[in-house]
Design a protein around this ligand. Structure first.
Ligand code: ARG
Length: 458
């Protein structure tokens, strides 16, 4: 088949090269954006008197026919035509003849592919923003429901201090809140128009880039034509935002996996979101969480892949840049499905509240509260830390908890300790004694819920 660029060639393309260089198998998903961009370009060519009204009509009609055929699965995508841009252009020429042949005036596939990608990403990133908001809402609702559920908070995966489950869940809500804001930021940089940059240096024809930018809903035309066709930083932005989202999802998944173990038994996973073992009949495995954790590696890889592709490229367009699409599509797909799965699964998880609270006992989880109690009695923190440490050691040796000690025993360590100490040594007392901003107290948790809900509305 003769290529749209075949004029200066004497021989056809080797079949091996056609197979090697095609991108239609994956960039066909840009068809809608490609047509949208072409419509805007054609309207501009007419407005600038570069094509006639009749030609515009023929182009628009042809594009609509192609659109319908693709939607109905009747369009034949051809590998010999390399990519989505040439597949659609060739079909248009078949339908609209010489008018179709004018569509590519003052346009190159270089500005075309950048335009398609930006249109595609604007839509997809907005979808990711919605999905992330959905997850945040789910976490906030769960936090609200668990405002009285107490559990151990950990550092080094060792029991550290009691916290509200709500506080723990909201920690994740805040991470996803930042991820959502990060995606919103990315949209600002995505939403700029490369169309009309041509191959790299612009055009000698009287095109109107402001018009096409407006027509396509872009904020502005990119001011430098070389920059417009050669950078993929906006794709990297999305790959990074996706990688960060997956990192947060993976940590949450890891906790779900851990909490569902027989050793922790903090949660029971819904049957609907668990899988069995082909050999061990008793097993109920947390596969969705493991898959999210596992897929995170691939999403990180996608970011490194494109950064590496881009690092040595001289300006402007190089064919290497075709390698931007597969990692990008994979990240978009993986992050979207991971968000969907976890958001659907979370509300179905059963929290074993008694077991969580029970886990606060033993392990001297309120020792820090005792030290702060002593500080309130005027003891310097380092001394208070030392005294409390000694009390803990004494308890370990006696196999008791701090609350088992009599006031007389406690006073042997410091005469600043009084009866009222017992109140702050329970997990509930410890949590409610927290008065600092952003702490685990119920008041702070309620405030966080309010802040998150406000941001989700805005
Ligand atoms: N399929 C190409 C890509 O994805 C489109 C641009 C091709 N441009 C070119 N000069 N060969 O990057």
């Amino acid at each position: 088949m003769k290529k749209p660029w075949g004029g200066r060639f004497k021989e056809g393309t080797a079949k091996t090269l056609e197979e090697f260089s095609q991108s239609i198998s994956f960039d066909k998903r840009l068809w809608q954006e490609d047509i949208e961009g072409s419509r805007a370009h054609a309207k501009m060519l007419y407005k600038q008197a570069i094509i006639t009204e009749k030609e515009l009509k023929q182009i628009l009609k042809g594009l609509s026919e192609i659109e319908k055929e693709i939607k109905e699965g009747k369009f034949e995508f051809k590998e010999e035509l390399e990519d989505i841009h040439m597949n659609i252009e060739k079909a248009l020429i078949e339908k609209a003849g010489s008018a179709g042949a004018k569509l590519h005036t003052a346009r190159s596939r270089n500005d075309q592919v950048a335009t398609d990608l930006r249109l595609y990403l604007r839509k997809k990133v907005n979808e990711l923003i919605e999905l992330t908001a959905g997850l945040e809402k789910t976490l906030v609702n769960l936090a609200e429901k668990n405002i009285d559920t107490i559990m151990p908070g950990y550092t080094h995966l060792q029991k550290a201090q009691p916290v509200l489950l709500a506080h723990h869940l909201l920690a994740y809500a805040w991470m996803f809140e930042r991820d959502r804001q990060r995606l919103k930021e990315a949209i600002k940089r995505i939403n700029q128009s490369p169309l009309g940059a041509g191959a790299l240096s612009g055009s000698s024809l009287p095109i109107d880039r402001l018009f096409t930018a407006k027509e396509l809903g872009f904020e502005l035309p990119i001011p430098n034509s070389m920059d417009a066709v050669s950078d993929r930083d906006f794709v990297c932005d999305v790959l990074f935002s996706g990688a960060m989202l997956m990192m947060h999802l993976s940590r949450l998944s890891e906790e779900i996996i851990l909490w569902a173990t027989d050793e922790f038994k903090f949660i029971e996973l819904p049957d609907r979101f668990s899988t069995g073992s082909s050999m061990m009949p008793q097993k109920k495995n947390p596969d969705p969480a493991e898959l999210i954790r596992g897929k995170t590696g691939r999403v990180y890889g996608n970011l490194i892949s494109l950064l590496t592709t881009m690092k040595g490229l001289p300006l402007t367009y190089n064919r290497d840049m075709q390698e931007d699409k597969e990692p990008l599509f994979d990240t978009i797909d993986t992050v979207s499905t991971s968000l969907r799965v976890i958001t659907e699964m979370l509300p179905e998880i059963k929290f074993h509240k008694d077991r969580m609270k029970e886990a606060c006992h033993g392990g001297y989880i309120t020792a820090t509260d005792l030290a702060e109690y002593l500080v309130r009695q005027g003891v310097a923190f380092r001394i208070a830390h030392e005294i409390t440490g000694k009390i803990v050691l004494y308890c370990i040796e006696k196999g008791q908890s701090i609350t088992d000690l009599s006031i007389k025993e406690l006073k042997n360590f410091s005469d600043k300790i009084d009866e009222d100490v017992y109140g702050i040594l329970t997990p509930e007392g410890s949590i409610e004694a927290k008065i600092s901003y952003g702490s685990t107290s119920k008041k702070s948790v309620k405030e966080q819920i309010k802040l998150l809900r406000k941001s989700l509305k805005g």
